[in-house]
Ligand binder design. Structure first.
Ligand code: HEM
Length: 128
């Protein structure tokens, strides 16, 4: 699992990119832009954030040796869909609970990655 953590993040990022672009094209074809926020977050949280985590793991292999690497992976992999499914409920039905839970999980993922980076900064520098 730790060995493949970069590829897991990047494969999932690319899946989000396909879905996000598909939604963007769908919005354009239908000329209905109500899902623009969802589209933006699928692309940014789904594609960009996962891809950055994946490339960071590829660039600095010391990161995956951190004891925080697995919790960071899981909290991000679960937090993103919870957040993205929650967004339309918050936007259209005034039910923000899922979006709140998902966003806090994503924040936890960002904090963990920050701590991993700081914790492994010596090894990370040696790969720069
Ligand atoms: C096939 C590729 C894509 C298509 C067809 C597409 C299409 C669209 C459309 C139709 C809108 C709504 C514009 C409006 O409300 O007037 C939009 C908004 C947006 N898109 Fe895309 N998009 C694509 C890829 C991306 C990617 C890769 C990203 C980011 C990495 C992105 C980020 C955004 C953002 C930030 C907005 C603004 C959302 C908002 O106003 O809430 N898009 N896009």
């Amino acid at each position: 699992m730790e060995k493949n953590i970069d590829r897991i993040f990047i494969a999932i990022a690319l899946a989000y990119l396909v879905v996000g672009m598909g939604l963007g094209i769908g919005m354009g074809v239908a000329e209905e832009f109500a899902y623009a926020h969802l589209h933006a977050h699928i692309n940014l949280v789904g594609f960009v954030a996962h891809a950055v985590f994946g490339f960071a793991h590829k660039l600095w292999p010391a990161l995956r040796e951190s004891s925080l690497a697995k919790p960071q992976l899981y909290v991000t992999l679960v937090g993103a869909p919870v957040f993205l499914i929650g967004l339309p409920f918050a936007q259209f039905h005034a039910q923000p609970l899922l979006a709140i839970i998902g966003s806090l999980m994503l924040l936890a993922g960002a904090v963990l990655f920050f701590l991993m980076f700081i914790g492994k900064s010596k090894q990370v520098q040696s790969f720069a």
